[in-house]
Design a protein around this ligand. Structure first.
Ligand SMILES: [Zn+2]
Length: 50
């Protein structure tokens, strides 16, 4: 799985959960964002690009 914002590959935990956050974009599609993008960008900015 890749970050939908920067395209970087996301790590998964031993429980096979992704290290990142799910966000819903305007079209109600589920997108994943890595922790770095979350830290570097505001939610509004992320949503604009997703
Ligand atoms: Zn990212």
């Amino acid at each position: 799985m890749k970050c939908d914002f920067c395209g970087k590959k996301l790590e998964t935990t031993f429980l096979n959960k992704i290290v990142g956050t799910y966000m819903k974009n305007k079209k109600s599609k589920r997108k994943v964002v890595c922790p770095k993008c979350q830290k570097d960008h505001t939610r509004e900015k992320l949503l604009k690009k997703l």
